[in-house]
Write a protein that binds this ligand. Structure first.
Ligand SMILES: [Zn+2]
Length: 88
């Protein structure tokens, strides 16, 4: 069975609730294979559980997970070595 995914732009809404800037344009380094790519290029799975799972387009490793409840959010960035943010 093949899982379906959408692109990393799906992260814009949930991450905008947590961060003051849009992180989809940020460049992230995959902790699994080292690929550096914009977060918008990640493959996001939103039908596997209570939140979103973003996977690397190079190796399918988990980059980040976001789970949202009415009064809080959980963010796991352990699949990223870094996030590079362009600032004005
Ligand atoms: Zn990777």
């Amino acid at each position: 069975m093949t899982q379906t995914w959408v692109d990393g732009n799906q992260l814009a809404g949930p991450l905008a609730e947590i961060f003051a800037i849009d992180l989809t344009g940020a460049r992230g380094g995959c902790a699994h294979c080292g690929l550096a790519a914009r977060m918008a290029e990640a493959r996001v799975f939103d039908d596997l559980g209570p939140g979103l799972v973003a996977r690397c387009r190079g190796c399918e490793g988990v980059l980040l997970r976001v789970v949202r409840a009415p009064d809080r959010a959980w963010l796991d960035l352990s699949g990223l070595n870094y996030l590079e943010l362009a600032l004005p």
